[in-house]
Design a binder for this molecule. Sequence first.
Ligand SMILES: [Fe+2]
Length: 204
Amino acid sequence: MSTKQDILRAERKILDIIDRSPVPEDPVHARNTAQWVERLGSSDPLLRLAALGHDIERALPAEKVKRDQFTSFDDFKEAHAKNSARVLRKILADSGLEPEEIDKICYLVEMHERGGSPEADLLKEADALSFFETNLALYSLRHTEEDVEKRALWGLKRLRPATRDLVLNMDYKDPHLSQMVRRLIREMNKGSRPLKGEERKVRT
Ligand SMILES: [Fe+2]
């Protein structure tokens, strides 16, 4: 079992990279996802490290997978999760963490888009909640309204219905975004099909 110092060293290594990400929302999203992990009931330091590092590949332009290399958004996200786990494993190699702790963190990161264990499911949900709390407003500044709506719908589908309602009360800074999120949830709750051409490409 690693010491508290090892955990803090690993955290610093991760945040040093995330804080230099060219994606503007990354530093706040990493920390906010870790906060959601706690709010959803976990105080496991390894799950916290996975939350901080789950998107680490996109902080490194030379390592990251590109959206245009994939026809489906789900395939792109799957490749992103795998690649983040690969990158994080290299970063944590000399952190002082035990090999089985690194394995656990990297497993959680690899599974963060689709879940697969209670902890991976929790990370997936924390990530999805954080997308709405910290990313959506910034994402909307560099994408079309249509792309923002598709991305928001994709995010809402990652949440359990009970958790989905949490995003209703978030502050989106922009009344259009708040209205869009409310409308999408209303339409999902009615079971209607909210978007024409929803399978079309979602950008990131
Ligand atoms: Fe994320």
